[in-house]
Ligand binder design. Sequence first.
Ligand SMILES: NC(=O)c1ccc[n+]([C@@H]2O[C@H](COP(=O)([O-])OP(=O)(O)OC[C@H]3O[C@@H](n4cnc5c(N)ncnc54)[C@H](O)[C@@H]3O)[C@@H](O)[C@H]2O)c1
Length: 311
Amino acid sequence: MQESIKRIIVTGGSGFLGRHLLRALTKAGYQVKNIDLRPNPEFETVIADVRDKEKMLEEIKDADLVFHLASLIEAGESVKEPQKYIDYNLDGTLNILEAMRINGIKTMAFSSSAAVYGEPVRVPIHEDDRTMPINPYGMTKLAMEALLSSYVNSHGMTGIALRYFNLYGPEEHHEPESHALPRFIKQIYNNEEVTVWGSGEHQRDYIHVGDIVDAHLKAISLAESQPGKYHYFNISTEKPASVAEIVGFIEEAMGKKANIKNFPPRPGDPLLLYADASKAREQLGWTSQVELRAGIKEMVEYFVKYWQKAA
Ligand SMILES: NC(=O)c1ccc[n+]([C@@H]2O[C@H](COP(=O)([O-])OP(=O)(O)OC[C@H]3O[C@@H](n4cnc5c(N)ncnc54)[C@H](O)[C@@H]3O)[C@@H](O)[C@H]2O)c1
């Protein structure tokens, strides 16, 4: 049993997931510190780059656990600029792990991704299925897992990799926005064409940010009860939904029809992608709670209010 975890550092806590996570950690009584390239209007933030080794050594200290979320996240961009992804994601993670080792912080839980699997050999995907990323983004996530696992084994740390599928929810702002749900909501709101690759039959696993935050809270308990190990989990709803279904839920929540424009399916885009989450259920005590229809309604309401206020 590790001593109880009280002080938590979050990297990337000014991003979409990080903002939700910091609020939940604070509410649960943890002492938190955010490190990000940009400020978070609600939390004091150390403005720093995880690529800066010296700065990480200075800042990654006096904590019990690091939630490492900071990352570049665009698969398409990573194909054009692989070195940048290695610098931010992999070297950044190495800097943090080194600072943790030197400053005596034992536990890291980090944002891995469904992208570690590449094209699945079967669906639902199980954690020990083949991992063969199809872009440098996924490669960095897999390499980050391997790096963390090597630190667990070499330095007696605890490591937890949470492999999320398609994360969504209120406050999902990315620049550029390549994620389907916020893009569709924006296009429907602005009466623009909704661009869909294929006929809308592609199915994905959309997981609400609140469920992901909950998985992080459960990861703290796992680190306390089973320290000194490397754990890795699919964080998935196990309920894939088609593009046509999600567009239908947005239309329903917005009271408005989408003007759908179909393009040929993208090569290599699997028709069905989702994961088995029984390991997370059994070992992490986590299961997804938010129904997609309700989650999309909440997200649409957030964006409509946000744009009305901005207008
Ligand atoms: N959004 C998804 O669908 C999804 C799915 C699977 C995994 N993930 C992973 O979850 C994590 C969070 O995703 P998100 O959607 O909140 O992304 P986001 O882009 O909203 O947040 C990432 C944050 O990291 C910060 N950051 C990036 N590079 C940094 C650096 N070098 N130094 C310091 N800070 C840096 C950014 O400023 C940003 O605030 C990422 O690691 C991502 O790869 C996301």
